[in-house]
Design a protein around this ligand. Structure first.
Ligand SMILES: *[C@@H]1O[C@H](CO)[C@@H](O)[C@H](O)[C@H]1NC(C)=O
Ligand SMILES: *[C@@H]1O[C@H](CO)[C@@H](O)[C@H](O)[C@H]1NC(C)=O
Ligand SMILES: *[C@@H]1O[C@H](CO)[C@@H](O)[C@H](O)[C@H]1NC(C)=O
Ligand SMILES: *[C@@H]1O[C@H](CO)[C@@H](O)[C@H](O)[C@H]1NC(C)=O
Ligand SMILES: *[C@@H]1O[C@H](CO)[C@@H](O)[C@H](O)[C@H]1NC(C)=O
Ligand SMILES: *[C@@H]1O[C@H](CO)[C@@H](O)[C@H](O)[C@H]1NC(C)=O
Ligand SMILES: *[C@@H]1O[C@H](CO)[C@@H](O)[C@H](O)[C@H]1NC(C)=O
Length: 602
């Protein structure tokens, strides 16, 4: 008996809605487009969706007046007034009436009482905003059982200015104090009267639900003139749940914090110097293999180091340690990576117009330590060779113009390669925990070597092997390895970029001339052994432990056969030894299989 009555009631209701809509011309009420999306409300399980005229938990909007919305709940067949305030693009707050019978918007809205509950909606997947205060700070906190002052807790800045890292300490005398680290991501901040609010998400391994993740804060900045400031910079109160309810001042909350800019060196204002202009003049640099990029910002005072992982290290110049010569500058720098920060020492070497090298010491918390051993040892740290992104166009004449015999091309095996140095190469300044993980994978070079071993019987290029090298003859800036092999894959020309010398060993940056190979560069290291003999080694970076002619990725000695004009038979092919054939076969295989071996081009 109930059912038909109910249906009848619904029919009447729907008709009356139509009538209502028609009379008040209020059928087409849409929420602002910027509100659309999924929102979190404490205590509501499914996301609250705002879309067109719908607010998923309240129904459909029939009419609006400013921030007041007349909502019809079609399931329960009743009407209510919802007043929605946009506090921030990521935060909405609303009050509402109970569900009533049909009435006009102003009448319904007048039923909202002063003590009606205020609900907060926090946008899910919100794009973060800059936090209103930037660390580093020291702080004390209170969870309702007394102030945890000793040991003092810390707030660190993160690379992203939307994040803060809060490291709480446990105080033995304070019940409920706990040693824990929380990352706070700021999502919204706004001011209401004299009260400043912040909404953020807390990331911590215990925190798994949005109910635990979203928190509201009230904060106040103390002014230097305010009484009892005592070096306090901010007072912050945190909500106990995922709402902003019950937060009225920065001194009352489920948890309160008092932030001070510490007087430890790490809390002092930094950024007192600039990177040398000869390096910062080019905004973008990268390593020879493109695995890391170095870019300068903010009037040469900020350096960002990035790699394919997307984790950036932000580096600020803090102190110039040494810059007697223009070519070599040592700086103490402050870095932030993710939410870690500290100091390290950086030594910049100008090698050539488009080539520079950097040594980076290990991380320390104390500015004073950064450039001293064991954090920075010039003779053991690897050099990171950098080229500008415009270096491709900046070729230079190659060294040793003329024609050369190439003797004895050897590809290094693991036995004679200084592996230690290789592992150190680009990670010395990164976290040691990351390093161990990183090297469990076989390196590209190792794979190449295995491939070579496995396939060394077969060769489809049975002609002559590399027999000569022509430098600077056809073009001043080009080195060409000659071969009479007909394999079309085999192009072996390099263009020359910057070069420099250290203690009798020269370093030359080269680019393979090949479309397929991208712009990856190589470091050639060479040393004169006698009047007409030069020992050469190539490597993917300028490894100081490589001895030209003895170690390296590819090793060979060159013997001068004359000047460019002497196009004569002296350097023509000679009888080929079996050993040569094998080596050449290996080269061809490397060439065909690898995108990394420096000789190879399609
Ligand atoms: C700050 O400096 C005062 C004296 O200047 C010193 O007593 C105090 O230990 C310092 N605090 C920190 C955190 O370094
Ligand atoms: C920063 O580098 C630019 C070149 O990009 C240079 O002209 C300028 O002098 C440097 N600025 C400062 C403030 O050192
Ligand atoms: C990039 O840098 C991050 C942070 O230092 C490091 O963890 C990661 O291993 C690096 N990735 C590569 C591909 O080098
Ligand atoms: C610096 O490194 C070199 C080479 O590894 C080593 O011989 C030297 O003892 C180190 N110096 C210091 C002070 O640790
Ligand atoms: C050259 O060698 C000397 C002594 O062997 C050493 O002190 C110096 O640091 C070296 N210079 C370079 C640039 O490696
Ligand atoms: C190059 O010559 C040096 C000195 O004679 C020798 O020790 C080295 O083994 C040679 N390298 C190659 C690849 O033949
Ligand atoms: C090439 O060598 C031959 C002798 O082998 C000589 O007669 C001729 O002049 C040389 N040509 C050049 C261009 O040097």
């Amino acid at each position: 008996m109930d059912v038909p009555w109910f249906d009848l009631f619904r029919l009447v209701f729907i008709l009356s809605t139509l009538h209502f809509t028609a009379t008040f011309k209020q059928g087409t009420c849409y929420f602002p487009e910027r509100w659309e999306g999924a929102w979190f409300q404490s205590g509501v399980r499914a996301p609250v969706l705002i879309e067109g005229p719908r607010l998923s938990t309240k129904g459909r909007c029939l009419g609006s007046d400013g921030d007041k919305f007349l909502m019809v709940d079609e399931k329960r067949a009743c009407y209510r007034c919802v007043v929605i305030h946009e506090k921030h693009k990521n935060v909405l707050q609303y009050k509402e009436t109970f569900c009533h019978g049909r009435d006009a918007l102003p009448t319904l809205c007048s039923l909202i009482t002063g003590d009606a509950l205020l609900y907060s909606l926090f946008r899910e997947n919100a794009s973060p905003v800059s936090c209103p205060f930037r660390g580093p700070f020291t702080f004390t906190y209170n969870r309702g059982h007394g102030e945890c002052r000793s040991p003092v807790s810390n707030i660190d800045t993160c690379t992203e200015d939307s994040k803060l890292l809060l490291s709480y300490q446990a105080c033995p005398d304070i019940y409920g104090s706990e040693s824990t680290v929380e990352e706070l991501q700021c999502l919204a901040s706004w001011k209401e009267g004299s009260v400043r609010y912040l909404v953020g998400q807390i990331h911590h391994h215990h925190v798994t639900s949005n109910e635990d993740r979203f928190r509201c804060f009230v904060y106040e900045k103390t002014t230097p003139s305010s009484e009892n400031a005592e070096g306090i910079d901010y007072r912050v109160a945190q909500s106990g749940d995922a709402t902003c309810n019950g937060l009225f001042s920065a001194t009352e909350g489920s948890r309160t914090m008092t932030l001070r800019r510490g007087n430890s060196s790490s809390a002092q204002p930094i950024n007192k110097c600039r990177f040398p202009s000869w390096i910062a003049n080019f905004n973008h640099w990268h390593t020879l293999d493109f695995s890391q990029s170095f870019s300068f910002h903010h009037r040469n005072s900020t350096l960002r180091i990035g790699n394919s992982s997307g984790i950036e290290m932000k580096v600020l110049c803090v102190q110039v340690k040494h810059s007697r010569e223009e070519e070599h500058v040592v700086l103490v720098t402050h870095f932030t990576m993710g939410c870690q920060s500290g100091f390290n020492c950086m030594s910049f070497y100008r090698r050539d117009g488009h080539v520079a090298e950097i040594q980076i010491g290990s991380q320390t918390n104390r500015l004073e330590d950064a450039c001293s051993t064991p954090f920075f040892n010039k003779s053991s740290l690897p050099y990171i060779t950098l080229v500008t992104s415009s270096s491709d166009r900046a070729t230079q004449p190659c060294p040793y113009m003329g024609k050369f015999d190439v003797t004895n091309v050897v590809r290094s095996d693991e036995a004679n390669f200084p592996k230690e140095a290789r592992l150190e190469s680009d990670s010395a300044y990164f976290d040691r925990r990351m390093r161990s993980r990183r090297y469990t994978k076989p390196r590209v070079e190792d794979w190449d070597f295995r491939r070579v071993k496995r396939l060394d019987q077969s060769s489809n290029c049975d002609s002559k092997s590399f027999s000569s090298l022509v430098i600077g003859c056809n073009k001043m800036d080009t080195m060409e390895f000659n071969t009479e092999c007909t394999t079309p894959d085999l192009i072996t020309a390099y263009s020359c970029h910057g070069r420099w010398e250290e203690n009798g060993t020269s370093f030359l940056i080269t680019t393979p001339i090949s479309r397929a190979h991208g712009a990856r560069k190589f470091c050639f290291m060479y040393k004169e052994l006698g009047p007409n003999v030069v020992a050469f080694s190539t490597s993917s970076y300028c490894n100081r432990l490589i001895q030209p002619g003895i170690t390296g990725d590819l090793i060979f000695n060159l013997t001068n056969r004359g000047k460019c004009m002497e196009t004569n038979s002296s350097i023509r092919a000679r009888p080929i030894s079996i050993r040569w054939l094998i080596i050449f076969a290996l080269l061809v295989l490397i060439i065909r299989r690898s995108t990394y071996a420096p000789w190879i081009f399609r």
